[in-house]
Design a binder for this molecule. Structure first.
Ligand code: ADP
Ligand code: MG
Length: 447
């Protein structure tokens, strides 16, 4: 049989045609194939727990079908998150060639370098700060806090710092984690049977670093323990002049779950935002991607895409790859306006919305607030469940247009006026309440 990387590549090519480009970039392209074991289990590693859940909910059948088409065999697909991968590798001897290759690889994304980052008005300040930090870690801008909307290059810059330090100061210990990984890692050590030892190991891992990068800090949970641990990690590193870089989709003052003491710590360094790129920058980015990924397209096509996608660079790239892909299907080596127009006039695939249902909305809200399903649909009146319940009701009514009476039935037989009250309350809050706006937008993102 061919090696797993080759098989996975072929599966990806098929999946890309069946999944919207945004979902593909976010959830599928980031999957790492681990192994096919002797029992026919196809083991894949998702980038995060959220990614794993998304894949399980929405894409498992498609992966299954494509794997079957590529190999002619049927597999049992298993998705692990990164912590489960570590466990799995401990318990199983994975093909040696595969693991040793992983160890050699730099932990940072190869293409996310400073060289590949296009600088324009929208990001020049943050770019300069990131470079300074990479060149002189711990000396200036500490912590460096970068915020900005989805797909504007925050993670790219973190990896660029990582790649730079890896190359020019290979002796420095540097780590990139998402806030979710940090939290999971800490919780895992808290609940480990050898708790004290695990916590010591955890601290050993995070407090002996020269550079710590934490991505997507807006997902920090309300959990006291995690915030406390993060606070101490933070202080210890800063006190020893070690560099910290943090990214978020919003400034510290708008991260509702963040404790005040952490918020004020973040303000002791440099906080700066990255903005949506202007048209010249978008064009330059598309040219860069076209070179890097070999997505050849006529200049007119590049301009056409740049004019139409203006807020998210990930989407900008996605459109270019879609257009190029269509061109290859049409037997062309360079994409032309014919394909560009086709991609943009196609009905947007509402794939995500189509498989939304009340159950999924409720489960997502429960996941987000870390509360039980029975509690949210039940009678409890404590603050921890009342607000999530109202948000779930609001979302079901807004996204699914279900009659109030039916929503009432889902929520333990509540009267339709109660449901209406919840819906209207959140609708009102959304007009002015930043916290509710953020909560609802986060949950919609997860859906
Ligand atoms: P964020 O973390 O802000 O959501 P990412 O860093 O993941 O965004 O960026 C999304 C995609 O856009 C990545 O593929 C990244 O390479 C690309 N990108 C973002 N900004 C730039 C830029 N200035 N130049 C080149 N590529 C960029
Ligand atoms: Mg990111």
């Amino acid at each position: 049989m061919q090696d797993i990387e080759t098989i996975w590549k072929q599966i990806l090519e098929k999946l890309e045609l069946r999944i919207s480009s945004v979902s593909f970039m976010l959830w599928i392209k980031t999957i790492k194939p681990l192994e096919i074991d002797e029992n026919g289990n196809f083991i894949l590693v998702a980038q995060s727990v959220t990614a794993k859940n998304q894949i399980l909910r929405n894409f498992l059948d498609k992966i299954d079908d494509c794997a079957n088409e590529v190999t002619g065999k049927s597999f049992k697909i298993t998705i692990l998150d990164q912590n489960e991968e570590v466990e799995y590798l401990k318990n199983n001897k994975v093909d040696e060639k595969n693991t040793s290759k992983n160890e050699e690889k730099s932990p940072f994304k190869e293409k996310f370098t400073f060289d590949n980052f296009v600088v324009g008005k929208s990001n020049q300040f943050v770019y300069a700060a990131a470079r300074t930090v990479a060149e002189h870690p711990g000396k200036r801008y500490n912590p460096l806090f970068i915020y900005g909307g989805v797909g504007l290059g925050k993670t790219h810059l973190l990896h660029a710092i990582g790649n730079y330090i890896h190359e020019f100061s290979p002796n420095l210990k540097i780590m990139y984690v998402t806030c979710e990984q940090f939290t999971n890692d800490y919780i895992a050590s808290l609940y480990s049977p050898t708790k004290n030892k695990s916590i010591m190991e955890f601290r050993g891992k995070y407090r002996n670093l020269d550079v710590l990068m934490v991505d997507d800090i807006q997902f920090i949970s309300r959990g006291k323990e995690t915030q406390e641990e993060f606070f101490h990690t933070f202080n210890e590193l800063i006190m020893n002049n070690k560099q910290i870089i943090i990214c978020s989709d919003r400034p510290p003052k708008d991260i509702e779950t963040l404790e005040d003491r952490l918020r004020s710590r973040f303000s002791s360094g440099l906080i700066h935002d990255i903005q949506a790129p202007d048209i010249e920058t978008r064009i330059a980015i598309l040219h860069k991607k076209s070179q890097l990924e070999k997505y050849y397209a006529e200049d007119e096509v590049i301009n056409y895409i740049a004019e139409r996608v203006d807020t998210n660079i990930r989407e900008l790239e996605g459109k270019l790859s879609e257009v190029y892909f269509l061109a290859t299907l049409n037997g062309k080596k360079v994409a032309t306006m014919e394909e560009a127009k086709e991609v943009f006039t196609k009905e947007p695939k509402e794939e995500i919305k189509n498989d939304l249902n009340p159950d999924k909305i409720i489960s997502t809200v429960c996941d987000y607030f870390n509360i039980g399903y029975q509690d949210i649909i039940g009678k409890k009146k404590n603050k921890e469940v009342v607000e999530p319940r109202m948000i779930a009701i609001y979302l079901i009514s807004e996204l699914l247009n279900l009659p109030l009476v039916n929503i009432g039935k889902i929520f333990g037989g509540r009267d339709h006026t109660t449901i209406m009250h919840s819906r209207d309350k959140i609708t009102d809050e959304l007009k002015t309440n930043k916290k509710i706006q953020n909560l609802v937008s986060d949950i919609k993102g997860m859906l």
